[in-house]
Ligand binder design. Structure first.
Ligand SMILES: [Zn+2]
Length: 409
């Protein structure tokens, strides 16, 4: 017998009178964090750092940040915590990297330069290039930042665009790693990210590109006939105040763009695969980098609650049978988080035993992605469903409850 567990040890010897092995439940990483975190008060710094390292190792990204912030409250000069939270040294003070960029921007602009393309160039040259890009885009961005695979045309402030460019740069290798080295699908080309400030401009560009009026829900949109991601910050007010939220949406839309390029539009994967993968890397966004498999549920994020309802109301069979229309129908709010959790489970759950088969399933354009193919290649749904539900209940739902508890305080 082989047992796959994520929170139990099997004591095969010295077992009960019947001679059957005794299964003892052990702590999950989240439970260990919840137990050790309150006990940190007045403990040495090394204990905080050790728990933060444990959180990182187990992809508890928010918890890692919480521990590091608590350490900084006790000792604002703690260098390792500062660096891991994105601060940089400025003489005697610590400042956020964004503040350093803001300062650089002011100095460069005073010196007659503008950031466009690969970096800072004379303003006149930047304006000439902006004109070229503006005619191609039908819209004039304020600045442009390039990484190897991503070009960001932005109406946003420099620090925001810069943070996004860094998240975008980290996203492409994380995207490749998600499918594994053996995936036969070609490495994608580049992606263009257009960031709009106001809905009016975005609506005009949309009309020009797509030939239709912008639909009401057209907040952030990836148009699949191009290699471009369009994000309108105005349509999603939460994004304007949070670089992390913006990075999450951008990474989500970039997954769609890269998927489209990898498949060359020849085949359409089911929505649970597409949205689940996009949510998987999007939720793994740690502002200036990507932590694949990270479990991040923001306090205000209704998707966590919807996930709790979803595992009660929607079976895996129903999810895998959704088509492109039903997926976005009235149960969309269940299908999104359930797809995310399922992709997460298949890549990491039960000690990762489904990961290779799932990757092979995702990368196979020949046999397609029906429920039958899934069951033949990865696992019978009836076999994985109980483990999946346990995974959701033990890994995700405690985070939802914890964050709701925090909110009420
Ligand atoms: Zn999506």
């Amino acid at each position: 017998m082989v047992l796959w567990t994520a929170g139990a040890t099997c004591a095969a010897q010295g077992s009960g009178a019947s001679g059957a092995p005794v299964l003892e439940r052990t702590e999950t990483p989240l439970e260990r964090y919840q137990r050790e975190s309150p006990a940190l008060v007045n403990r040495p710094e090394a204990d905080y750092l050790a728990l933060a390292a444990f959180c990182r190792e187990h992809r508890l990204v928010q918890q890692e940040a919480t521990v590091l912030k608590r350490l900084l409250r006790a000792n604002p000069e703690q260098a390792e915590a500062r660096e891991r939270l994105g601060f940089v040294r400025d003489g005697k003070k610590w400042i956020e990297a964004a503040e350093l960029w803001r300062r650089e921007t002011r100095e460069r602009e005073r010196a007659g330069e503008a950031c466009y393309g690969e970096g800072w160039i004379p303003k006149a040259e930047a304006e000439a290039r902006l004109k070229e890009d503006a005619s191609a885009l039908g819209w004039a961005p304020r600045l442009r930042l390039d990484t190897k695979e991503v070009r960001i045309f932005s109406a946003a402030e420099y620090p925001t665009a810069r943070a996004l460019a860094e998240a975008a740069a980290a996203m492409v290798p994380a995207y490749r790693a998600m499918d594994g080295a053996a995936c036969p699908l070609k490495v994608p080309r580049s992606v263009r990210v257009c960031l709009f400030e106001d809905r009016k401009t975005w609506a005009a560009v949309y009309r020009k590109l797509i030939g239709e009026e912008l639909p009401d829900y057209g907040g952030s949109c990836y148009h699949d006939l191009t290699d471009t991601v369009y994000i309108c910050m105005d349509s999603l007010p939460a994004l304007k105040t949070s670089d992390a939220g913006l990075a999450e949406v951008m990474v989500h839309e970039m997954v769609h763009a890269l998927d489209e390029q990898a498949l060359k539009g020849l085949a359409l994967r089911p929505k649970w695969v597409e949205e689940g993968r996009a949510e998987y890397l999007g939720h793994g966004t740690w502002l200036r980098g990507i932590v694949p498999g990270a479990v991040m549920l923001e306090k205000t994020d209704g998707r966590g609650q919807a996930l709790g309802d979803a595992i009660l109301k929607v079976s895996l069979a129903e999810l895998l049978d959704t088509d492109r229309e039903t997926f976005y129908g009235e149960k969309m709010k269940f299908y999104y988080p359930l797809s995310w959790a399922l992709v997460h489970f298949l890549l990491h759950g039960e000690d990762g035993r489904h990961a290779e088969a799932f990757r092979a399933f995702v990368c196979d354009t020949e046999r397609g992605w029906s429920r039958d193919v899934f069951e033949a290649r990865v696992a019978k749904l009836a076999e994985i469903e109980p483990g999946f539900k346990t995974y959701v209940r033990e890994l995700f739902l405690p985070l939802v409850r914890a964050s709701q508890g925090l909110e009420r305080k």
